[in-house]
Design a binder for this molecule. Sequence first.
Ligand code: PHE
Length: 389
Amino acid sequence: MQLGRRPLLAVLALAALSSCKKNQGNSSASGSSSAAPSSGEIVVGHYASLTGSTAHFGQDTDKAVRLLIQEVNKAGGINGRAIKLVTLDTRGDSAEAANAVSRLIDVEKAVAIIGEVASSLSLAGGRVAQRRKVPMVSPSSTNPKVTEVGDYIFRVCFLDPFQGKVMAVFARNNLKLDKVAILKDVKNDYSIGLADAFRAAFTAAGGNIALEQSYSQGDTDFSAQLTAIKGSQAQAIFVPGYYSEVGAIARTAQRLGLKIPMLGGDGWDAPDLLKIAGDALNGSYFSNHFAPDVASPKAQKFVADFKAQYGDEPSGLGALGYDAAGVLVDALRRAGTAGPALRDALAQTRDFDGVSGKISIDAGRNAQKSAVVIKIENGKQKFEANVSP
Ligand code: PHE
């Protein structure tokens, strides 16, 4: 159980793929969701970054989705039918994400899709699911455009206009900051959207943006941008990026003698952040969906079960993956597997009792949730504040 978690996931996905190929004989070849059989296993697809610079996103989510489905199957499945989860790796790439969703629907005959984490990838995959009229639930994509793709696309997390405001108000009211610089990833829809949200809320609250700089996902040298920020008198830097680059940015800032705190969003949520950054992020803050140190009894049970099964603690991604699968199972129970009926049942989700909080799907197919602010202290994450919409 301890060894080779990454190969294990890849093997599971491959095994699922080949066994599914054998099972295809009894469904018609039309390629639409109505081809799904009405007895036997129910196939649910998950597309996720199991490898690449956002591997933690996909791995943590997939472990949690698997845990939920394993529990459902143990308890008798959905009206006696077991769920078969097929996970395909996106490698953190938009084109791979679109391919994965096509394959999950056309080859694997998935009746519903869970994924992706990254908003840019959910936009790419969501367009495919929408075209095929197969419901998709993103656990954790926060960019507003994701569910605007169409009426088959749902999410179980809050949105970036809220998350950006949480950090802007926290920076103004709690940290008493007047001037903040922004360093965003211009290749990432999430990063651009969250920078916009933070800027709007911070200036509306009377703050000033000292300077705005950018980078592109995969960059490794951030010294020019950070040198410019150092000369800008900024009291903090808002960095709405993903953990691999944010960790490297923090290390570079430390090397350049830039001693101001960094602020960020949920994209920081990975143990690798602090492995890469070392002690460079002590005194920094980010907003997130879930804090294991202040979990509800239901969430504590999830954290304990996850730890027992995998040996490590879930992050916010795990909590949302577990809830995305839970909301989907709940809708499958009420509506069965036909696309339009399942879509309607997802839209009617109200007060679902999730480990990441109560989930009600609104008219925009989004969930309204509260956020937590996490402080990084002595190389550890510590719950700092809870913010409701
Ligand atoms: N919210 C991010 C996005 O939309 C993804 C993410 C969610 C990353 C939760 C980490 C934790 O791209």
